[in-house]
Ligand binder design. Structure first.
Ligand code: FAD
Length: 640
């Protein structure tokens, strides 16, 4: 009988195979390809949806749900294609992949493709990675939600909803966008609707998962939120009902099908989300900040430590002024470029970067009468202004949105305002240095998330201009009413309807029979509806980050999974980093900032892939156990 030597095995479970789970798989495979494993590596991906695309990018959703990232800026591969097959570490960007598919070739690099098509690309990427996985590596999709994690004999056991059990050495949680249990206000709305036939309350989720088909033609439908999901709901209930948007004399118009309802929408600002500038930046473009630099953040920490005894920062005091300066730098430079030339803009930028008299500089360049962008005012343009009628409010709103569309169409380099706001996207990595891992004082952290973050999102993370133009067309066609600032939503028992109204717009009260919450649920660990996360939290395997100021005792529970810096080990209930359990992406949002990212960029690796790579490196660093020899005779071993 031949000796049988069991080669060591490493079992890795990835829970959630949307873009983040895929990125971890990709970097594991790249590293395993570069350094072949001693034994067998088995990677198990728990994902009830399509592996690679996951829930958000499922390929079966309608094509009117669009991405809000230009196709040319998107790649899920950590490096570009080479002469070999598409595989982990070498594959096309989304735009390159689209070009290879005649069906989608009309979507250019600066266009915003359907989410379903990005889902196809992600699935293709997953299939290619698996088909070309290095020798000794097995990848398996477990088409089940993981519902339980527990420890036994130093291993982490992952149990799937369908009964699959994986005994893993390492587990990575990439569970993405959460579903949460209803809070008291939502429960009241649900009960109100349930008790009255003909009323419906639709809770917030990815629009493709919202049950909107029961909405009747002509029905009055309330929509809470005017952000990205609002545009999805709008598309579903117009284009999805057979209506068409057409361009006539340079303006977007809507041709109704007669099957659409009437939308009554509102939000805190009363403003439809602003458009992002037409993309003019190359796929490999990277911005090098002038003011909000890593060094400036470090210096601010040293200063905070010296003066307050804590290195935690105050966002409004330490970071926001740098960010505003950066925005102004780009804004005025773009003005100079537009008025004079590229060379003049370069000269201006160089002087502005080090000037101690910026006011004087603006005067010298003829820009003294150009006020800097006011982020808060841009995001909340109506302030305390009152309007005599819904018509008066719509007049102001349309003027503002028409202006916004015109600026967005000029592009994110040529238009000074859109160029400067785009910088808020380009500097996210540095802002993260200040914010992540309780980098801000607790009160400042709360303020950052509740005050700055919505403003930042409103002015820099909006949809393409076409979407805003479509919203304007619907207002003009009388199919969309925007209620006004500080929209209040209530259940009117006497009227037997939901009511939306704005205290700033006279006559704005509207009754609706269906109310749709068009806001993606925010990560809130204690309210998660995911059985796995609930159980892991209850058992102390994972914990919520509580940002604490040790000097004052001030605390801010952030609602997200507490993780270490790279490689993002979760922190258990005893406060210890767990060497075998990692969390990445949306479940860690608020421990880190702006983790809702579904792609890297073409070209050199960006944060999206660096994050995944840190986990991959740590997972594989584990020394493999010595082979288990079942028979003592040393020769003619058969490895399995
Ligand atoms: C509607 C919508 C549109 C967006 N559009 C863009 C865009 O255009 N550009 C952009 O950059 N970002 C966009 N985002 C942000 C989004 O966060 C990322 O693009 C991306 O989807 C995040 O990837 P992820 O893998 O972290 O999370 P997800 O995409 O949410 O994937 C997580 C996966 O985990 C699975 N899962 C959850 N729990 C379990 C469990 N217990 N067991 C097993 N599997 C589980 C889910 O089924 C899901 O497939 C959008 C987000 C939403 C909601």
């Amino acid at each position: 009988m031949a000796d049988v030597v069991l080669r060591p095995e490493l079992h890795v479970a990835i829970v959630g195979a949307g873009p983040r789970g895929l990125s971890v798989l990709e970097r594991l495979l790249v590293r395993l390809g570069a350094e072949p494993p001693d034994g067998v590596v088995r990677i198990h991906l728990f994902e009830p949806g399509e592996a690679g695309a996951g829930r958000i990018w499922r390929t079966t959703q309608p094509t009117w749900f669009l991405m809000n990232t230009a196709a040319g800026e998107v790649s899920v591969f950590s490096d570009g294609p080479d002469d070999g097959p598409t595989r982990a570490g070498s594959g096309p960007s989304f735009a390159e992949w689209l070009r290879e598919h005649p069906k989608w070739a009309h979507i250019g690099p600066n266009d915003y493709g359907p989410r379903a098509v990005y889902g196809e690309y992600l699935r293709h990427a997953f299939d290619a990675m698996v088909a070309n996985a290095p020798l000794g590596v097995e990848v398996r999709h477990v088409p089940e939600a993981a519902v339980r994690l527990h420890r036994t004999d130093g291993k982490t056991v992952v149990t799937g909803a369908g009964g699959t059990v994986v005994v893993a050495d390492k587990v990575v949680l990439t569970t993405g966008h959460p579903r949460v249990t209803p809070d008291d206000a939502e429960k009241a709305l649900l009960t109100f609707a349930r008790q009255r036939p003909g009323l419906a309350y639709v809770r917030g989720d990815s629009a493709a998962d919202l049950p909107l088909s029961a909405i009747e033609p002509g029905e009055q439908v309330g929509v809470v939120g005017l952000g990205l999901t609002f545009f999805d709901v709008m598309a579903e209930l117009t284009e999805g009902r057979g209506g068409r948007f057409v361009e006539r004399d340079g303006r977007t118009e809507y041709i109704p099908s007669g099957a659409e309802p009437h939308l009554v929408a509102g939000s805190r600002s009363g403003l439809v989300m602003l458009a992002r500038g037409r993309n003019q930046k190359s796929p490999t473009y990277r911005y090098r900040p002038t003011f909000v630099t890593e060094e400036a953040i470090l210096e601010a920490r040293r200063r905070a430590q010296r003066t307050t005894g804590s290195a935690q920062l105050d966002f409004a005091r330490d970071v926001l002024p740098l960010l505003k300066l950066e925005v102004e730098h780009v804004y005025y430079t773009a003005h100079v470029r537009r008025r004079l030339s590229d060379e003049a803009a370069e000269r201006f930028a160089a002087i502005h970067a080090t000037s101690t008299d910026r006011r004087g500089l603006l005067e010298a360049w003829g820009l003294a009468d150009v006020p800097p962008p006011d982020l808060e005012r841009l995001a909340r343009p109506f302030g305390d202004r009152e309007f005599d009628s819904p018509r008066a409010f719509h007049g102001s709103l349309l003027d503002l949105l028409d202006q916004d569309i015109a600026e967005a169409r000029q592009g994110n380099v040529d238009n000074p305002l859109k160029a400067s706001l785009d910088i808020l996207r380009d500097t996210r990595a540095v802002v993260r240095q200040a914010v992540d891992f309780a980098g801000l004082r607790p009160e400042s952290h709360r303020e950052f998330l509740t005050w700055f973050n919505p403003i930042n999102t409103m002015v820099s993370a909006g949809p393409p201009a076409t979407r805003v133009a479509q919203a304007c067309a619907l207002i003009r066609a009388g199919l969309l009413t925007v209620v006004g600032p500080a929209t209040e939503v209530s259940a009117d028992h006497a009227a037997g309807a939901f009511v939306l109204q704005s205290p700033y717009v006279k006559g704005s009260r509207r009754e609706v029979t269906t109310l749709v919450d068009a806001r993606i649920p925010r990560p809130q660990l204690s309210a998660t509806a995911d059985p796995l996360i609930r159980q892991a939290l209850a058992d102390g395997l994972i914990t919520e980050l509580v940002n604490t100021d040790t000097a004052t005792g001030q605390r801010f529970p952030a609602g997200s999974i507490a993780v270490t810096r790279k490689p993002f080990h979760v922190v258990d209930a005893l406060g210890n980093p767990d060497p075998d359990l990692y969390a990445l992406g949306v479940p860690t949002e608020n421990t880190r900032w702006f983790t809702q990212i579904g792609n890297g960029r073409p070209g050199p690796m960006t944060g999206f892939h660096h994050d995944a790579d840190a986990i991959a490196a740590d997972v594989l660093r584990r020394p493999a156990a010595a082979p288990v020899v079942l028979s003592a005779r040393p020769r003619a071993a058969v490895a399995i």
